[in-house]
Write a protein that binds this ligand. Structure first.
Ligand code: SF4
Length: 60
């Protein structure tokens, strides 16, 4: 399992939830990351790279 965290910089753009809904969902206007299997490393890395404010922290 990877540890994935959305930090307080999230501006709620929902990009991560759209690109990787298996791991990210929206709650009260911000993204929340669920537990992620190691198999999701690439989509999670892509979501982290695509986040406009660098709010996704992942230990891959
Ligand atoms: S892409 Fe970044 S700013 Fe946008 S909802 Fe996800 S964590 Fe928040």
């Amino acid at each position: 399992m990877m540890k994935v965290v959305v930090n307080e910089k999230c501006i709620g753009c929902a990009l991560c939830a759209e690109t990787c809904p298996e791991v990210f969902h929206m709650e009260n206007g911000v993204a929340v990351a669920g537990p992620a299997d190691d198999g999701w490393a690439t989509p999670v890395a892509n979501a982290a790279a695509g986040c406009p404010v660098g709010a996704i922290e992942a230990e891959l």
